[in-house]
Design a protein around this ligand. Structure first.
Ligand code: C2E
Ligand code: CA
Length: 648
């Protein structure tokens, strides 16, 4: 459309100039044309003037869409005055009546003054301002006449000076009318083109912004807020994609990593430090995983998932797991604290362990749970056996939620004896679950589940109440004064009213606190939870005996004893099993006994199954023992008959 517009402009300008020349310069006389052709200088000057005039016209039209600055307008005005003056001069000159110092010379002076003024104005224009300012689309309503009125100049001149040649005026007006109709159309089209272009630009800009925003939102949706790693949503989508693109014989290995003590760390060091630690840990994991070509994401609050794809995915997964465990042997430094992080890793492999995408993570999680049951910083690969254990766990959990304590739970008691002579010193209370009255479910199968889902709290009080009741019954019948122990989970110890409720039960059954013992399993929670520390102090104040269960396995260190107000230490069966054969087990037991004696604590050995073990422990100066060699856990009636009455 711009080209058509330019052509129309050129035609109308040419018509105007032609009429102007024909009427004013040549006086409608073709002989004068010939005359001018012979006067080369005048002709050259006139041609120059025509070109300048045409240029001014075209310039004026080109300002349809831009607003020219003042100095442009002034120089154009100066040039216009010059051209018109020059036309008039040549006209006068042509007809030989030019007189120097006439008004024509004055007009030349005005023309040059305007040009000079333009130069001065140009100097004042601020540099940063662009020379041409676009006219606002709104202001430029194409249907209205604008610069085109400029062309009216010639018809007006014709009307004023050549009134007799009215047909030329009519011709020019007709030409102008046609021109206006046509430019109205072209300007409309140009305007629309411009609008369209503007719209296109806006749409492109909008699209760009939408794209940027979408990318931002997608990133937020796919990223974990604390660790900055990809999140579960993204991990699962990526896993799905990898499984779809898997080549023949290619494997996918998954690692499911769970940090062990996040809650305690949060409690101990505060939320900020805990979050920084989590970030540090995730960075360390990210380094290890990406170095080995794997992909890691935050899967839950304190869990991570890793995907490794390739023909040797299993070997790489193992390597990554080992490197992670190694890293956890070093401390993480956050806010001037050196914090030890422990974790467990479960692995599963596609297609070996499952062909179902959903089960892949589930299997790795199940393997991780098994690893966690074994202790800290353990790695466990998935197997069918683990699958069965997990299925069984789910079944047990369902049953556990429905169980009526009095109907299916029974308390058994295992005698504890003095090491020197095998005489009775007390009993440990151990729960037994006969599901549906007959189906025996071992405590190790349901206690961890009860701890996880919180059932351990009401169940724990049920155990304490029933053990105390039984103790009081025996006392009433036999007058005995042996010690009775119950196992207490750390989940019970964090209950704020635990000590009050225990005290109330002891009072209710008239039991001396020193004859009642709580066995707590050494875990990181015990050491790191301020709540538990407080509870232990209160228990101590109450006079209740505190025993550390399973000492020598898992998290423990002798140093740990320093912070726990224990009365007795129960050496784990695992150490006792090897007391005769393994030099290290024996050395550890000896050391524990020495430290305990120095602290004034008693030591009891668990799981004694042979006479040799007993004798060995006698030599090591162990205080008490408990184990199948003397008695298995048994119902209350058997304890009364076979042990209490016999001893009394
Ligand atoms: P624990 O507290 O370490 O209990 C000792 C476990 O070793 C008992 O298993 C006991 O029957 C077994 N045991 C004792 N002497 C021997 C032996 O000479 N040889 C062998 N092979 N085993 C021996 P049980 O009753 O199956 O309990 C397992 C675990 O379940 C307990 O370990 C304890 O952690 C938990 N548990 C049992 N009863 C309760 C309870 O009433 N409350 C809580 N919170 N946990 C309980
Ligand atoms: Ca125990």
């Amino acid at each position: 459309m711009n080209k058509i517009q330019a052509m129309l402009d050129a035609i109308i300008v040419s018509v105007n100039i032609a009429v102007l020349l024909w009427l004013f310069v040549f006086d409608q006389n073709s002989d004068k044309v010939v005359l001018l052709l012979n006067d080369k200088i005048s002709m050259a000057s006139l041609i120059t003037d025509v070109i300048i005039y045409a240029w001014i016209n075209v310039w004026a039209f080109s300002t349809r869409t831009i607003e020219p600055p003042l100095h442009h307008r002034v120089i154009v005005a100066g040039t216009l005055v010059f051209v018109i003056t020059d036309f008039i001069y040549y006209y006068i000159y042509f007809y030989s009546d030019y007189k120097p110092n006439s008004w024509v010379d004055g007009a030349y002076v005005i023309a040059f003054s305007l040009m000079a003024a333009s130069a001065v104005l140009k100097g004042k224009v601020k540099k940063e301002k662009p020379d041409l300012i676009p006219v606002k689309a709104k202001k430029r309503v194409c249907c209205k006449l604008g610069v085109e009125l400029f062309i009216l100049f010639v018809p007006v001149v014709v009307l004023i000076f050549k009134r007799n040649e009215i047909e030329y005026f009519v011709l020019l007006v007709m030409a102008l009318l046609v021109y206006y109709v046509l430019i109205n159309f072209t300007q409309k089209s140009l305007f629309q083109e411009k609008l369209l272009e503007l719209e296109k630009k806006n749409v492109l800009e909008l699209e760009k912004k939408v794209k940027e925003r979408t990318e931002e939102i997608t990133k937020l949706l796919n990223t974990d807020f604390v660790t900055g790693l990809y999140n579960r949503r993204y991990f699962e989508a990526r896993l799905s994609k990898s499984l779809k693109n898997l080549r023949q014989d290619e494997l996918i290995s998954l690692l499911y990593i769970e940090l062990n003590k996040s809650k305690s760390i949060k409690y101990l060091y505060g939320k900020d430090t805990a979050e920084k630690l989590l970030k540090n840990v995730s960075e360390a994991l990210y380094q290890i995983v990406s170095k080995n070509g794997g992909f890691i994401a935050t899967y839950g609050d304190d869990t991570f998932a890793v995907k490794i794809k390739g023909y040797d995915a299993e070997a790489v997964a193992e390597k990554i797991a080992m490197e992670i465990i190694d890293r956890c042997n070093e401390l993480f430094f956050v806010d001037n604290h050196g914090i030890r992080v422990t974790l467990n890793i479960g692995t599963s492999c596609y297609p070996r362990d499952t062909l179902d995408e959903n089960n892949l993570i589930k299997n790795a999680d199940a393997a991780m749970t098994q690893a966690r049951n074994k202790g800290f910083n353990r790695v466990q690969g998935y197997s069918d056996k683990i699958g069965k254990i997990t299925d069984n766990s789910h079944m047990i959990e369902v049953k556990l939620k429905k169980v009526v304590f009095d109907k299916e739970f029974v308390l058994y008691y295992q005698p504890q004896v003095y090491c020197k002579d095998g005489s009775l010193s007390g009993f440990e209370t151990l729960i037994r679950w006969f599901e549906g009255g007959t189906n025996f479910i071992p405590p190790l199968d349901f206690i961890p589940l009860a701890e996880e889902n919180g059932i351990i709290v009401p169940l724990g009080y049920w155990i304490i109440e029933n053990a105390a009741k039984q103790y009081a019954l025996w006392k009433e019948k036999t007058g005995h004064d042996y010690r009775i122990a119950v196992n207490v989970s750390s989940k019970q110890l964090v209950e704020v009213d635990f000590v009050d409720r225990l005290e109330a039960i002891l009072k209710k059954y008239d039991i001396k606190p020193e004859l009642f013992e709580v066995e707590i399993t050494e875990t990181i929670q015990i050491e790191s939870s301020i709540n538990i520390q407080e509870t232990l102090k209160e228990l101590k104040k109450l006079g209740v005996s505190i025993a550390i269960d399973d000492f020598g396995t898992g998290y423990s260190s002798l140093y740990y004893l320093k912070n726990i107000p224990a009365d007795r230490i129960k050496i784990a069966k695992e150490l006792i099993d090897n007391v005769e054969s393994d030099f290290y087990s024996k050395a550890i037991i000896q050391m524990v006994i020495s430290v305990a004696k120095m602290k004034g604590n008693k030591v009891i050995a668990e799981g004694v199954e042979t006479k040799e073990q007993w004798e060995c422990l006698q030599k090591l100066d162990c205080d008490e023992i408990q184990g199948y060699y003397f008695a298995k856990p048994m119902p209350a009636g058997d304890i009364e008959e076979k042990w209490i009455k016999k001893e009394k």
